[in-house]
Ligand binder design. Structure first.
Ligand SMILES: *Cc1c(COP(=O)(O)O)cnc(C)c1O
Length: 351
């Protein structure tokens, strides 16, 4: 029996998401997944696991809504922002008929989710300055139901011009949703478009606890949108998407104390990032360090492959961005602890 032939054709052809964990490496310094470098301790307050959890844990919803400045009805909590990326496709895109549009270089899961579900991918590369190519997007909108815009963008670190997002929202009004992925917005909170939700019925904002909240291992993310959109997503989400311990810890992370701790982390990480920009720029093997509003930096080297391998062999794992359009010679580094950043610059200074 040929199991391969039984599988769906698009799954046979699929290249799975190359997550930092899948790529592997024998690292001691992990700077390839934009995680927070140190763990916060949590206590489980809910010890009973014999019952199913709430589908949408009320305390998590209420606290996140208060944090984001929206109504609890405008929010769904999911197994990471990644699940929300896919829920939107499942709720809005007919396989083999509708399309999703996104603008590389950008986050890889928009593509992987669409491919898995058999939804057409409409790819419009961003301009040289990593801003949206609005005329090209306009030309490509036929049959598109979802436009994913990552701001600040992963892996480039820049914000998308708010005026361009407004133009995109107007251009797609009545025919497609604009999904603004704000996974890193805590590092530049003023840039959030969440307050636009009341003006634009076709806007969706994605958020996560994986980055500034230092909880990548928890798997907890959110989609913020109109109540009508949220109700459609609630139809297709799994009956128990978050386990009881996840809801318990997420609620603690979203307490006043938890949010204050996150904000303190952001201040420290942003300062360390700005210092790392200077140190990397002074390395002769580095030709460009791009501005960043996030907890990572994209930088260009004279020989990125050799630098990547030299660091890798010393257990320092960065993220190679060579394969993304326009990013030849570029690596991405997550801002780690001071010691981890020093380990990288020590190698690159003598490289
Ligand atoms: C990390 C990341 C996510 C995924 O977040 P999870 O909540 O961990 O699934 C989504 N979008 C972008 C741009 C990311 O970098």
């Amino acid at each position: 029996m040929n199991i391969q032939n039984l599988a769906r054709e698009n799954v046979r052809l699929l290249t799975p998401y190359q997550s930092a964990r899948r790529i592997g490496g024998n690292g001691s310094v992990w700077l390839n997944a934009n995680e927070y470098p140190e763990a916060t301790a949590y206590q489980l307050t809910e010890q009973n696991l014999n019952r199913y959890p709430e589908c949408q844990p009320v305390q998590v919803i209420q606290r996140y809504a208060a944090y984001a400045g929206i109504k609890p009805e405008q929010l769904i909590v999911s197994r990471g922002a990644d699940e929300s990326i896919e829920l939107l496709m499942r709720a809005f895109c007919e396989p083999n008929k509708d399309a999703v549009l996104y603008c590389p270089p950008t986050y890889g899961m928009y593509s992987v989710s669409a491919e898995t579900l058999g939804i057409e991918r409409r790819i419009v590369n961003s301009k040289k300055d990593w801003q949206l190519d609005l005329p090209a997007i306009k030309e490509a909108l036929n049959g598109v139901k979802l436009v994913y815009v990552c701001s600040p963008n992963n892996p480039t670190g820049n914000l998308i011009n708010p005026d361009d997002i407004r133009e995109l929202l107007a251009m797609t009004a009545g025919r497609a949703l604009v999904v603004v992925d704000e996974a890193y917005i805590e590092f530049c909170p003023k840039a959030s478009v969440v307050s636009w939700l009341s003006q634009y019925p076709n806007l969706v904002v994605l958020r996560t606890l994986s980055k500034a909240f230092a909880l990548a291992g928890l798997r907890c993310g959110f989609a913020l949108a109109s109540e009508e959109i949220i109700n459609l997503l609630l139809k297709v989400i799994a009956p128990y998407p978050l386990s009881t311990p996840v809801a318990d810890i997420a609620a603690q992370a979203l307490s006043d104390q938890g949010i204050a701790t996150m904000r303190q982390r952001v201040i420290e990480l942003n300062a360390r990032r700005d210092q790392l920009i200077k140190t990397l720029s002074a390395c002769t093997c580095v030709t460009d360090v791009y501005p960043s509003e996030t907890n990572y930096l994209l930088f260009k080297l004279t020989d990125s492959e050799a630098a990547f391998k030299t660091l890798w062999d010393q257990g320092i794992i960065l993220r190679d961005q060579n394969k993304q359009p326009g990013l030849k010679g570029c690596l991405r580094i997550s801002i780690g602890t001071q010691a981890e950043c020093d380990a990288v610059t020590d190698v690159l200074q003598t490289f």
